[in-house]
Write a protein that binds this ligand. Sequence first.
Ligand code: MN
Length: 219
Amino acid sequence: MQEERMQEETYPFVVRPLPYEYDALSPVLDEETLTFHHDKHYKTYVDNLNSVLSDYPELQKKSLKQLLTSIETLPAAIQAPVRNNGGGVYNHELYFDGMKSPVGQEPAGSLAEAIDRDFGSYRQWKEQMKQAAVGKFGSGWAWLVTDKDGKLSIVQTANQDVPDLDDYVPIFLVDVWEHAYYLQYQNRRADYVEGWFNLINWRKAARRYEEGFCKLNNM
Ligand code: MN
């Protein structure tokens, strides 16, 4: 599942299978947690988005990214449902696609260099990313994004909101809704986030970084 392909998706949206087995992220995320998250929570966003768009043929040709970057031009009655459910689809696909079995690897290549340049070191970046995720009040996400100059930023969004996708390309993100971790970690969000760092698919992240930079510069 390439990010590009995800962004080009149009109605009817389909539930993308996980790119690994349901127990592949254990012990950080156990099979039950991941199964509920993917098969129930994520699927509900897909179903709801399709339901919202079913009465609007003129919007069915728009890609997910086009919908999410033009919310204010949509009919007033569906702005909130598209924002919430379209964001829910986009965010979960990127989240699931950005993880792999925990192997304790660290960033490499140009993304590793950019992290050192923009945050001082991997350790300092990790501390800030953890703060953003653990400190997000209520439900939402913490993201690592790049701008068109290749500069990295950590961003928080509430609910299922996305960053400005015209100006930033997401590298990866961590879901801090309770449904992402509660079955396994109950209230211990910090333990879940600490584990999530071991699930980051750095090779995929490096590719998103390099492709994102090109895309933002129309290269
Ligand atoms: Mn979620």
